[in-house]
Design a protein around this ligand. Structure first.
Ligand code: IFM
Length: 466
């Protein structure tokens, strides 16, 4: 097989806070991002998602554009405080109705909806009770998942739980750069992380037990995939080990990503995904983190490892490693002047082959790339067109590597490009454009970029033409 399988799904992704706007419409409660954006200085351009892409009012137009591009699937998140303004208790039926309409519109256009339960917009009322540090959050998250499953699972058959728990926990609670902007001690960070795993497990149970059709569920981790310097067995093993390793100082990664002081234990794959897929925290992490690891029971692990059907991977960038006799692996130096996106993220297309390969080897589950893409300097020219050759080149290169994974019988099931629209890029405000579709944030006018046209053709040929 030298192509993607016939049932491979081509799609794009977004998240509620980044596109919906309508931050207080029809009874929606505040999320921690509403609160975080109100503090001047937290967001680069002092903006917020209050209006964003006004998608809540323009969803029909947006689904029409998706259909014109030829998207076969669309991954969006539901805003927890739109459904439960207080995080728990009374349900806001108008909030539920919005997603009902969106789902129907997608199905009408033959686009498969994939729901993400949570993409960072925690209800402020939950944060007020401790947020991810409160052990009750698992039950609250399960209750929220049950409502969504009951309402939408007759039509939505694919679900993701928590988008990028690494970002929620590490950047939100350790680095403090994202809402709620906390800088906690490692012990508390690991507790928040454990609670997020319990919440994941509780939501898997709740989704299934309230489902009205057969549904499939998976987590959405993110991180930096290591890829080998060359394909010698020892370098491949070094890359696999690095991808799933947990190390305290991570000097090489610090140098590579300039995240000095970051403890890799809060930013890695295995500490989040081994418990889900293998039912245990990795030994290496347990040894390293010692008494900072929260107490947990066998019951916790049983809940966390509630069986799931696939694994999502949000993958943008990685790093090259080679075998090292003393440390198992060592990062190669990043070449000076290497390829980077507008956001200064390293362009490393190999991750779309090695990520799926390593994840499949370790967890034996089908894979979706749930996010991949780049921010570029895109603007509307005097003819009203947006030309983004870098995006086309980036997608073409990454997808060639993903196709290699498909051709080696790794069960890759779909690709969700990040993102469908230019949108609110968290603490970067509107200064990073990731969309296939340009949004003029003054007028809300949508303009297809050249990459959208390129992607249409890619979809039409099922990835034969990249
Ligand atoms: O915009 C984000 C998204 O919300 C989560 N993954 C990374 C994207 C780009 O930073």
């Amino acid at each position: 097989m030298n192509n993607f399988s016939d049932d491979f799904l081509w799609g794009a992704a977004t998240s509620a806070y980044q596109i919906e706007g309508a931050y207080n419409l029809d009874g929606k409660g505040d999320s921690i991002w509403d609160t975080f954006c109100r503090t001047r200085g937290n967001i680069r351009d002092n903006s917020s998602g209050e209006i964003a892409c006004d998608h809540l009012n323009r969803y029909k137009e947006d689904v029409g554009i998706m259909s014109d591009i030829g998207l076969q699937s669309y991954r969006f998140s539901v805003s927890w405080p739109r459904i439960l303004p207080n995080g728990t208790g009374a349900v806001n039926s108008k909030g539920l109705d919005f997603y009902d309409r969106l789902i129907d519109e997608l199905l009408e256009k033959d686009i498969k909806p994939f729901i993400t339960l949570f993409h960072w917009d925690l209800p402020q009322k939950i944060q007020d009770q401790g947020g991810w540090l409160n052990p009750d959050i698992a039950q609250w998250f399960g209750d929220y998942a049950a409502i969504l499953s009951d309402k939408y699972s007759d039509r939505v058959h694919n679900w993701f739980t928590i988008n990028e728990p690494q970002v929620v926990i590490c950047l939100g609670h350790y680095m403090g750069s994202k809402a709620p902007g906390h800088k906690l001690e490692l012990k508390e960070v690991l507790l928040a992380l454990h609670n997020s795993l319990l919440a994941h497990g509780q939501s898997v149970r709740a989704l299934r037990s309230n489902a009205h059709s057969e549904i499939k569920i998976g987590p959405v981790p993110t991180g930096h995939v290591a890829y080998p310097k060359d394909e010698s067995p020892e370098n491949i093993k070094a890359a696999y080990d690095a991808t799933f390793s947990i190390h305290k100082t991570g000097e090489d990664i610090h140098d590579l990503y300039k995240w000095k002081g970051m403890v890799n234990s809060a930013w890695n794959f295995a500490w989040y995904t081994d418990p889900i897929f293998l039912g245990k925290y990795p030994e290496e992490g347990l040894e390293l983190l010692g008494s900072d690891v929260p107490d947990y029971t066998d019951e916790d692990m049983k809940l966390i490892s509630e069986p799931v059907d696939f694994c999502g991977i949000n993958s943008y960038s990685g790093y090259q490693v080679k075998y090292d006799p003393d440390n198992r692996w060592v990062c190669d130096d990043r070449p000076i002047g290497n390829n980077q996106t507008a956001f200064k993220w390293n362009v490393t297309p190999d991750v779309l082959y090695w990520g799926p390969r390593f994840f499949y080897e370790r967890y034996k589950k089908p894979i979706f790339i749930t996010e991949n893409g780049l921010s570029a300097h895109d603007w509307v020219d005097s003819k009203g067109e947006v030309h983004d050759p870098q995006r086309i080149q980036f997608l073409s290169e990454y997808l060639k590597h993903y196709k290699r994974a498909a051709s080696e019988s790794i069960p890759v099931k779909g690709y969700f490009l990040w993102s469908f629209l230019d949108n609110f890029e968290w603490e970067q405000g509107y200064e990073e454009r990731f969309g296939l579709v340009h949004v003029d944030f003054q007028t809300q006018k949508r303009t297809l970029k050249s990459s959208a046209k390129w992607y249409s053709n890619c979809i039409k040929t099922n990835g034969a033409e990249l």
